[in-house]
Structures are given as structure tokens and as C-alpha cells.
Design a protein around this ligand. Structure first.
Ligand code: ADP
Ligand code: TRP
Length: 321
């Protein structure tokens, strides 16, 4: 079984990305052949600073590796290192109805937010389909927001096979549970675009300040709080602290006697300890810039091996060869 997923290098990764995307991907390493890539072509639809893209790409690779991705067992590569994906995108684009793209939620959401659309944003799902189909992927683990894109990929693959004969593997999305939505510091979904994130590899002082700044209500420490389970700090503590410690804090908050300041202090300490081994690993990897470049180069070579087979099949089937 071939498992594939991508992540855009559009900024620093946060603990929502960790619990929602990185950890599940790292856990999947034992289930099949995993291919993970950094979607730098996709990031061009929203980011136009060249230096930021270059830096984010390396940062995201370091984050994945520090969080436990084993580059010997899996393939980690930069999307644009295998530009063949653009050729497959063209082939797929000629079979993709305009209406299908016009119905894409993420496109419609961006337009609704006032983003002026360019062709790249409109064609985004076709490039994503090419990413998935170029590697004969069977399973694509993604967040709920990406489910429609994987369904479009299936439609496009079926259309290709119908038009030119059985050529492409039709993939299945694997959607993570709704419970995998990590709340941000303001209680909305944690997201780069809401400015409510806790970075995986944030700087100590700044992160402590962010956590201590979480806004709570004005009830005194002694007051019982029957809604303790909904408290943001409790929800985050459940992710980073052992279950009995998080449970104990929740009970003390519910019963009364635990102040918000102490709760936030505990959250900071557990957050800091939880990521400590990853932080150490990341520092070690970052000290040797050649290492991450070597991993990406080796990943691209291995990815290209599969990609060229699939592309050859698609070219032959469609009469380009
Ligand atoms: P952001 O919303 O910060 O821009 P992305 O859209 O780049 O994040 O998401 C990258 C990956 O991380 C996706 O697989 C997405 O489903 C996952 N992810 C992002 N935010 C969260 C969250 N708050 N909880 C769980 N998973 C998340
Ligand atoms: N669109 C995905 C996101 O923003 C990233 C992505 C690009 C992707 N190509 C992919 C995910 C292929 C899975 C498979 O999160």
C-alpha cells in the first residue's frame, strides 16, 4: 500500500499541524510505503516571497524529521524537485470539467474572503490530483478541509481511465476524526491564518508569554467551574500531559481551588517537556544543513523513479508516446 500526503511550506508549523497531520503521518510509517512531500508549487498560490519559500521549505523538512519521520523507511521530497508533476497536471487538466473546479470549497472560500483569484488558485486541485496520481497512491491521509480535493482526484482519475484505458490508480482519502481539531489560543480552530497558534518549535520566552496570555473569564480560583472540560488550557493540556495529570487539573478546576495562572503555568511546562526531545533532535539536524539537503535530494531521486514509470504509462495511453 502506498500512502502519500503533502504539506505547504507557508509558515512555521504549529501544534495543530503536529497532532492533526505530522503525528498521524509518523504513526502510519509502519502501515505501508509512505511518501511525504513539501508542496512548494502549491505555496505559490498564496506566498510570493522567494526567500520565505526557500526557508520555509527547509524548516518544514526539519520539522518533519525532528518529529520522527524516518527518511530511510519513507520518501521525503520537495514537490518542485520532480517537475514531471506539471506535465501530468496538464494531461489531467484537459479532462477536468470547469464546473468541477468551480464547485471547489477551498476556491470558493478564498474568493469569498476577497482574494483575487489567479489561474493557479483555480487549478490548485488539478495539481493536487497530479501529486497523488503520479505516485500510484492508494491512501491519502488529509484533514477534513482537503477531502473534496481527494474526491476530485478520484473523479479525474476515473475520467482518465475511461478516456484512455486503465492507467491510473484511483486513491482513497483517509480523513482524520473530527476530534483531531486542535483549538487555538482563542478557542477557534488553531490556524496560521487566525494568528492563534502555538508553534511546535517556538522560542521559550515568547511561547510562555503566549500561553500566559490566554484569555480566561473573571471567576475566582475558589469558584467551582462545571465547564472545566471546555477550558482551552485543559484541552491543550490533554494533548501534551499524561492523562492522569491532565485529568487531575480538570478535576481541580471543576471543583474549585485551581487558579487560571497556575493552570497556564502547568500547560507551558508540559508543552515544553513534551516537545523537548523533538527540539533537541531539531537542533542537532539544523546544525548540519547538508543533512536535510541530502535527505531531500535522495527523496527526490526515489520519488522520480516511481513518477517516471507512471508518466510513461500516461503518455503512452494518451498517445503522447
Ligand atoms: P493552517 O490552517 O495553519 O494553514 P494547513 O492548512 O497548512 O494549516 O494544514 C496543514 C495540515 O495540518 C493539514 O493536514 C491540516 O488538516 C492539519 N491541521 C491544521 N490545523 C489543524 C488543527 N487546528 N487541528 C488539527 N489539524 C490541523
Ligand atoms: N492541499 C494540501 C493542504 O493545503 C497540501 C497538498 C498538496 C496535498 N498536494 C497534496 C495533500 C497531495 C495531500 C496530497 O493541506
Amino acid at each position: 500500500m502506498r500512502i502519500l500526503t503533502g504539506i505547504q511550506p507557508s509558515g512555521q508549523l504549529h501544534i495543530g499541524n503536529y497532532f492533526g497531520a505530522i503525528k498521524p503521518a509518523v504513526d502510519l510509517q509502519s502501515r505501508g510505503d509512505c511518501t511525504y512531500f513539501i508542496a512548494d508549487y502549491h505555496s505559490m498560490t498564496s506566498l510570493t516571497e522567494a526567500e520565505a519559500r526557500r526557508k520555509n521549505t527547509i524548516d518544514v523538512a526539519l520539522d518533519w524529521l525532528a518529529c520522527g519521520l524516518d527518511p530511510k523507511k519513507n520518501v521525503l521530497f520537495r514537490q518542485s524537485d520532480v517537475p514531471e508533476v506539471c506535465e501530468l497536471m496538464w494531461m489531467l487538466g484537459t479532462l477536468t470539467p470547469m464546473g468541477l473546479l468551480e464547485r471547489a470549497h477551498s476556491y470558493k472560500d478564498k474568493i469569498a474572503k476577497g482574494i483575487s483569484p489567479n489561474f493557479g488558485l483555480f487549478a490548485y486541485p488539478v495539481l493536487m490530483a497530479a501529486d497523488i496520481l503520479l505516485y500510484d497512491s492508494n491512501v491519502v491521509p488529509v484533514g477534513r478541509d482537503q477531502k473534496q480535493h481527494v474526491e476530485m482526484t478520484r473523479d479525474i482519475a476515473i475520467k482518465f481511465n475511461h478516456t484512455y484505458g486503465e492507467t491510473l490508480v484511483v486513491p482513497e482519502p483517509e480523513i482524520r476524526d473530527e476530534t483531531a481539531v486542535v483549538p487555538g489560543l482563542d478557542g477557534q480552530k488553531m490556524s496560521k491564518s487566525y494568528g492563534n497558534t502555538l508553534e511546535i518549535f517556538g522560542e521559550e520566552k515568547a511561547t510562555r508569554k503566549k500561553i500566559m496570555g490566554i484569555v480566561m473569564d473573571s471567576r475566582t480560583p475558589a469558584e467551582p467551574k462545571p465547564d472545566a472540560g471546555k477550558n482551552i488550557a485543559i484541552q491543550l493540556l490533554k494533548l501534551v500531559a499524561p492523562a492522569e495529570i491532565a485529568g487531575d487539573h480538570e478535576n481541580r478546576l471543576r471543583a474549585g481551588g485551581l487558579g487560571y495562572g497556575d493552570l497556564k503555568k502547568a500547560l507551558f511546562e508540559h508543552y515544553w517537556d513534551f516537545f523537548a526531545p523533538y527540539r533537541a533532535k531539531r537542533a542537532e539536524l539544523a546544525a548540519n544543513p547538508d543533512y536535510v539537503h541530502d535527505v531531500l535530494r535522495d527523496g527526490a531521486a526515489r520519488a522520480r523513479g516511481v513518477a517516471s514509470d507512471v508518466l510513461r504509462r500516461a503518455r503512452r495511453a494518451s498517445g503522447l508516446a
